[in-house]
Ligand binder design. Structure first.
Ligand code: C2O
Ligand code: CU
Ligand code: CU
Length: 435
């Protein structure tokens, strides 16, 4: 149900139970009956209109993760509440100079985000255009995870899982468990990798191949980087070029240790996040015998980094406290839980600022800011400044990340938060007012 003409795309999304997940009919939540939802493709300068119909039994809304659009009114407004049975019309005006790249959408109603994403509510949002990368095939790999119970339903989640950040026992590619894809040797492909897992950090590699990393979170790198492995925190994306080599190759994710809150207060952590070995996500079967043509892509567009004098420096602190409200674990930013009424940061429109995100807890937390992408100047794990923009950065346990951001183009009210969505739902989110 989508039409595209004259720079306008109108699409209707119905969020409802009953979608097939991992081949189990009716197990999960979906958009228009599917998980993931339809891939939305727009171009810079387009107006994207989305009618969201809520057929869930709980409130929901929609967030266009990473898109540089207005957070006000019916734009990318995380404060919209769509009650069960209600309909809301979003309108996203995509700037004519918006980067062409890989973004995604998912619900964002506080306290329901993790459950709704884990249930299957997510989809890719592609801004088309940009340079010709020489790829003949363009694939979206939206990687999510979930757990099904004995009855083939999305499994209930324990308090420990919520504290750790749940990791599903099934890691899915485009809603499927270990799909097989075919390719032809010598025919280059562009893969758009999206980490749509609720909490899992992906550490991806493709057997027998190197991956040419060209874009991160929708923004091109200054030069392509040939890598053996791509690490994506929840919410991160990577665009990579793949030059298929004949044979059968598995796309794998290796265990990644996000740290352990069980180190706090002598608590036993049964939900260790470090799995025992690699997990197969998909298999690529490559026919033909042509040799690999690892021709480098043409020049990538020069990144536009924050410039201008830094007019404010702020520190925001991720923390976990035992025994906050009701005796559970408290997940906080600057010692406070999310309050949509409170303004946590007041920023001047157009200002360039440097933020130090520090983490006093024994777990990694992926920091995410809506609407305004940032440059990472360094983290405690890697002090080197990046020459490109992104919207999620992993802040190491007992560590920090420094970033620079220009609050350009849009005023309004939005949020920043931990993208381990169990933590976000527990309160690790705060508001920003740009005026
Ligand atoms: Cu992908 Cu505020 O989130
Ligand atoms: Cu987001
Ligand atoms: Cu967190």
């Amino acid at each position: 149900a989508s039409t595209s003409n004259n720079g306008a795309l109108a699409v209707s999304l119905t969020a409802a139970p009953g979608a097939a997940v991992a081949g189990q009919a009716g197990a999960g939540l979906g958009f228009n009956g599917g998980s993931p939802g339809p891939t939305l493709r727009v171009r810079p300068g387009d107006v994207l209109r989305v009618r969201l119909i809520n057929h869930l039994q709980q409130p929901t809304n929609l967030h266009t993760h990473g898109l540089h659009v207005s957070p006000e009114r019916n734009g990318d407004n995380p404060f919209v509440v769509i009650a069960p049975g209600e309909v809301f019309d979003y309108e996203y005006r995509i700037p004519a100079n918006h980067p062409a790249g890989t973004f995604w959408y998912h619900p964002h109603h506080h306290q329901y985000v993790a459950d709704q994403l884990f249930g299957g509510l997510a989809g890719a949002l592609i801004v088309d255009g940009g340079p010709d990368l020489g790829a003949v095939m363009d694939r979206v790999l939206l990687i999510g995870d979930t757990t099904l119970d004995g009855a083939g339903r999305i499994a209930a989640v324990s308090a420990m899982d919520r504290m750790m950040g749940r990791q599903g026992s099934l890691v899915l590619v485009n809603g499927q468990h270990q799909p097989v894809a075919t390719a032809e040797s010598g025919v280059p492909e562009r893969w758009r990798l999206i980490n749509a897992c609720t909490s899992r950090v992906l550490s991806l590699r493709l057997e027998g191949h190197q991956l040419t990393h060209v874009a991160r979170d929708g923004y091109f790198l200054p030069v392509p980087e040939v890598r053996d492995r791509i690490v994506l925190a929840p919410g991160n994306r990577a665009d990579v070029l793949v030059h298929p080599a004949a044979g059968r190759h598995r796309l794998l994710t290796d265990p990644y240790d996000r740290g352990n809150p069980g180190m706090m207060g002598g608590m036993a952590a049964t939900g260790s996040t470090a799995a025992n070995g690699p997990i197969t996500l998909a298999t690529l079967v490559v026919s033909g015998t042509k040799s690999r043509t690892a021709s480098p892509p043409g020049a990538l567009p020069a990144p536009v980094l924050p410039t201008g004098p830094v007019t404010a420096r702020r520190t925001v602190t991720f923390g976990m406290q035992m025994g906050m409200g009701g005796g559970g674990m408290g997940f906080t930013i600057d010692g406070r839980r999310f309050d949509p009424q409170r303004t946590d940061q007041a920023v001047r429109l157009g200002a360039t600022e440097e933020w130090l995100v520090s983490n006093t807890s024994p777990m990694d937390h992926p920091f995410h800011l809506h609407v305004w992408p940032f440059q990472v100047l360094g983290t405690s794990a890697n002090p080197v400044a990046e020459e490109s923009l992104r919207d999620v950065v992993l802040v190491p346990a007992h560590g920090w990340a420094r970033l620079r951001v220009t609050f350009a183009d849009f005023s309004g009210r939005s949020v920043y938060h931990c993208h381990i969505l169990d933590h976000e739902d527990a309160g690790m989110m705060a508001t920003i007012q740009v005026a």
